[in-house]
Design a protein around this ligand. Structure first.
Ligand code: HEC
Length: 119
């Protein structure tokens, strides 16, 4: 069987194309981060609703509805832990499964406050 001599070139083109898409995607994300850390847009993101911060950083383990998944349910955590205790867990982690420092500063404060109201 005679091999099609164009096939290796076609592969090179396909791989090059994927690389270009990948790099532009990466560049877009870099740009997005810069935008988020400076200017008014960034301040808005910083003050995002605790629900949103939770769904981005915590829901994968604690469930989208606070009902628990890998981590325990948090839908009544406020009756068990105070805001400061929750903040301490956010900052320092807990046991082997709860990672420390996922969110910081204002975001951690806002989420701790919000969770402490779940009773
Ligand atoms: C990688 C999975 C994971 C993520 C992500 C995660 N947690 Fe946890 N979390 C756990 C596990 C597991 C525990 C139980 C730890 C233990 O008791 O040993 C826990 C425990 C907790 C507790 C204590 C609950 C109780 O009843 O004692 C709080 C509060 C908490 N997490 C809040 C958060 C918040 C807020 C976030 C997001 C910033 C978050 N967690 C993200 C896995 C996770």
């Amino acid at each position: 069987m005679k091999k099609n001599p164009l096939i290796p070139f076609a592969w090179t083109a396909v791989i090059g194309f994927i690389l270009i898409i990948g790099v532009s995607f990466w560049a877009m994300q870099q740009g997005g981060e810069e935008e988020a850390s400076g200017g008014k847009e960034g301040q808005k993101a910083e003050a995002a609703a605790p629900e949103e911060i939770y769904s981005q950083n915590c829901a994968s383990c604690h469930g989208g509805d606070l009902g628990g998944q890998v981590g325990p349910a948090l839908n009544a955590v406020g009756s068990k832990l105070s805001k400061d205790e929750i903040l301490d867990i956010i900052n320092n982690g807990k046991g082997s499964g709860m990672p420390a420092g996922l969110i910081q500063g204002e975001q951690a404060e806002a989420v701790a406050q919000w969770l402490s109201e779940k009773k």
